[in-house]
Design a binder for this molecule. Structure first.
Ligand code: LLP
Length: 455
């Protein structure tokens, strides 16, 4: 985060808090969240999109995708910064509501919402339910009918065929996957509507539903923003086609999340000002070409808001040099030494390297060292060899038990995807700001875990 400094004695501080003090007071591993940095990222996304879209005459709302990390305090902070909250389950919805975010500023996603989740969303008066299938159109309509009252505001999630982002599992907008409704018609079937058009017509046919918008999310950790423009064009074309057919002009379009961030030194996060300008110019041109007025827009960044604002603090334990085959065969075979640096967490607090092959960086955090660097791999304490946090990093050769390591850019999809593998309690989330620490989510204890075990 931007609040990381190295002090005169070589130790890191975040948000004005020395990591040695933080580790002593809170223990490790600990997720550390820089509140000022988080708020600034929220503001810059909001400012960038509001400014760029206002220039072409469109309004825009920024929904924070809570799946990246959600706690009551974070929901409050982001709402105070003018963001709304996007949730993917009843659990995330409960956090947003507990934080006091008004229902109309919350959206509910999910490809398999339960009746209870749909009812809860309607009871909370959520601003939008993003409908993901034709059967769900019927289910939300039935729930809204049963409740009576105002029609349920729905968006329809479509898949545009645009692939984008870092890894197959997190690239959602190609066709052979579970999300959304396709814009493509069956080959050769000229008179048939696409699944997306069919579902839009179904929503319009239900008086219990208000067709609020069309939604497209093309993937995650996207560093080439042109995919957003291609997907937006397809959504605007669908909107124009629906208007031509029914006279109904869908008022909103959501372009989803996926804005990529820097994980390693030398990488750069997408610049919100630049992408907002490019996307605004592109949707304005497309709308003019189609002869339809611009809709209101929304976006759903998660990682870009919280990812760089977090780091994980670990304590080093075992350090083990391992001789590794480097190449060649027979007497010419080359070998090199890789130093395995074990820390007190691992794949239970950061599954992303094991799940997606994600790369991270690590830094010695409690001191500076002038020892010659060694090629290190930072590994966890779990009982499998894929338990890697950082595949490859140069660390000072004197790194030793008791040292602190900081792994940057772990604010998104770290705590939110954490597990209790090997009965390891999940680390706390500690916010730092202006030299003060505040525990947002406390550390789990063995008793917490044993309390679930009824013997
Ligand atoms: N909106 C929708 C509908 C989404 O499905 C997602 C992410 C987002 C917004 C937020 O995307 P973001 O701006 O954070 O990239 N666990 C994976 C990421 C999964 C993302 C799934 N959907 C990871 O750790 O990389």
């Amino acid at each position: 985060s931007s609040g990381v400094r190295r002090g005169p004695d070589g130790a890191l501080s975040v948000g004005g808090v020395d990591v040695r003090e933080l580790a002593a007071a809170q223990g490790t591993p600990a997720y550390v969240l820089d509140e000022a940095d988080l708020r600034e990222r929220a503001r810059s996304y909001r400012r960038a999109f509001e400014t760029a879209f206002a220039e072409v005459g469109a309004g825009v709302d920024v929904y924070y995708a809570g799946k990246a990390f959600l706690s009551v305090a974070v929901a409050r902070w982001l709402h105070a910064e003018g963001l709304r909250i996007d949730t993917a389950t009843g659990g995330e919805l409960a956090v947003a509501l507990r934080a006091g975010v008004p229902g109309e500023h919350v959206g509910l996603h999910g490809n398999n919402k339960s009746d209870a989740e749909i009812a809860r969303a309607l009871d909370a008066g959520v601003g939008r339910i993003i409908v993901d299938s034709l059967v769900e159109v019927e289910r939300v309509a039935a729930a809204a009918r049963a409740r009576g009252g105002a029609p349920a505001p729905v968006m329809l999630r479509v898949t545009t065929g645009v692939h984008a982002g870092g890894h197959e599992y997190i690239s959602t907008a190609h066709e052979d996957q579970k999300f959304g409704l396709s814009l493509a018609t069956a080959p050769g079937a000229q008179d048939e509507d696409s699944p997306a058009m069919t579902a839009l017509l179904a929503v319009l046919a239900h008086p219990e539903l208000e067709l609020l918008g069309i939604h497209s999310h093309i993937g995650s950790q996207i560093l080439d923003p042109s995919g957003f423009e291609v997907a937006a064009r397809k959504v605007l074309e669908l909107r124009a086609a629906l208007a031509a057919r029914t006279g109904f002009l869908v008022p909103e379009v959501d372009l989803g999340g996926g804005y990529g961030i820097a994980y390693l030194p030398g990488e750069v996060s997408l610049d919100p000002d630049r992408i907002a300008k490019d996307i605004a110019a592109s949707v304005a041109a497309t709308s003019a070409e189609l002869g339809t007025p611009l809709p209101r827009f929304s976006i759903e960044p998660g990682r870009a808001i919280v990812g760089p604002a977090g780091l994980t603090l670990y304590t080093v334990g075992t350090v083990k040099p391992v001789r590794v085959a480097g190449g060649g065969a027979g007497p010419e075979a080359e070998t090199f030494v890789r130093t395995y640096v074990s820390i007190d967490g691992g794949m239970s607090d950061n599954i992303r390297p094991a799940l997606y092959g994600a790369d991270y960086h690590a830094e010695l955090a409690n001191r500076l060292s002038d020892a010659a660097p060694v090629l290190a791999r930072v590994v966890g304490k779990h009982c499998e060899s894929g338990d890697i946090v950082v595949h490859e990093v140069l660390l000072p050769g004197d790194v030793r038990a008791g040292d602190l390591l900081a792994v940057p850019a772990t604010g998104a999809y770290g705590r939110s995807m954490a597990s209790n593998y090997n009965h390891v309690p999940r680390p706390p989330v500690v916010a730092v700001a202006e030299g003060e620490t505040r525990v947002l989510v406390r550390r789990e204890t063995e008793d917490d875990l044993l309390a679930l075990d009824l013997g």
